[in-house]
Design a protein around this ligand. Structure first.
Ligand SMILES: NC(=O)c1ccc[n+]([C@@H]2O[C@H](COP(=O)([O-])OP(=O)(O)OC[C@H]3O[C@@H](n4cnc5c(N)ncnc54)[C@H](OP(=O)(O)O)[C@@H]3O)[C@@H](O)[C@H]2O)c1
Length: 293
């Protein structure tokens, strides 16, 4: 039995499908009020069992891990996420889970002031120091952010705004991250592995604008703006101060990475583990066509 924590996220939902397709028994953790125990959660395949629990409540995680051999661990970014992930790691140790696969972020294997990344670094270190057999999966920025956020933010002049400077980022499709996690959970001999998971190419936001120009059939341009302008826009859209500060901190890290730094590195993880090429932004935009704002 494999417990998936974060099963409603893009990676988690795709992972559940991958695991069920492989004939694995899957249990998805859902928070109270989301779905009854034993009932499939909305949008999840009928064969996935569910159990109620919360990362803030270690006891609920111990209960959820009863009879579980392997755990996949992911949550939303949150000020309490480091404590949540420690709870899950402690619960997995107490219940003698055989393998924990944690979804981290690219760049978490280095020191950075960017909180979105440093929180993952802290969790990854806690996991490695726990002695629990584990795999750490480090995805780069998600390609899905482009259709879900960027396209909707294009204004009447055809411009979208970000604080990425000229940074190039090897953005990855969340379905490819799920495919890598599925291999980590099911292929023998994975304990101790670290997988940097990227797309097939490093893209600047100017490159993204050029691809959107093709996909939308009208000129799209990228405007590099100061962090504070992005922060104000995020607050105006209802995000919390913490989230807005953490997101601008991440983009400061991308700017430090520049055109050829850590965020631009292209790994061979997806083709090496799955036997097929990583999906590109062009692939994703073609799938979603016809696109409109
Ligand atoms: N966005 C990116 O481009 C990007 C890139 C690289 C890495 N990451 C990392 O990817 C991870 C997922 O981010 P996301 O934005 O895709 O997440 P998301 O869509 O917000 O999904 C997060 C999942 O965590 C669950 N969750 C949240 N709080 C929980 C709690 N207290 N107890 C149990 N489950 C809880 C949610 O459950 P519910 O359905 O109940 O809410 C949901 O299934 C984060 O660690 C982030 O740092 C993101």
């Amino acid at each position: 039995m494999i417990l998936v924590i974060g099963g409603r996220s893009k990676i988690g939902a795709a992972l559940i499908t991958e695991l069920l397709d492989r004939g694995e028994q899957v249990r998805a953790l859902v928070r109270a009020g989301e779905a009854a125990d034993g009932q499939p959660a909305d949008g999840q395949p009928a064969a996935a069992e569910t159990v109620t629990g919360d990362l803030a409540d270690e006891g609920s995680l111990v209960t959820a891990m009863a009879g579980v051999e392997k755990v996949f661990l992911l949550s939303s970014p949150h000020p309490d996420a480091v404590g949540w992930h420690r709870n899950a790691i402690d619960a997995a140790r107490r219940t003698q889970v055989q393998l924990l696969v944690r979804s981290s972020i690219l760049g978490a294997d280095r020191e950075t002031p960017a909180e979105f990344i440093s929180a993952h670094t802290s969790c990854d270190r806690y996991l490695e120091d726990s002695g629990l057999p584990c795999v750490i999966v480090r995805p780069n920025l998600f390609l899905q952010n482009v259709p879900e956020s960027t396209i909707g933010s294009i204004d009447e002049s055809g411009t979208f705004y970000a604080d990425a400077g000229q940074a190039r980022i090897s953005m990855v499709d969340t379905r490819d991250v799920a495919a890598v996690a599925a291999v980590a959970l099911t292929r023998p001999g994975q304990a101790g592995a670290h997988y940097d998971v990227t797309g097939p190419e490093a893209l600047s936001y100017a490159d993204v604008a050029a691809k959107l120009t093709g996909a939308l059939g009208r000129p799209v341009s990228y405007a590099d703006v100061p962090d504070d302008a992005v922060r104000q826009a995020l607050l105006g859209a209802g995000l919390t101060e913490w989230f807005a500060a953490a997101l601008t901190g991440l983009y400061q890290d991308y700017r430090r990475s520049g055109t050829d730094g850590y965020a631009a590195q292209v790994s061979d993880t997806v083709p090496r583990l799955t036997g097929r090429p990583a999906r590109s932004l062009d692939d994703l935009l073609k799938e979603l066509a016809p696109l409109s704002q």
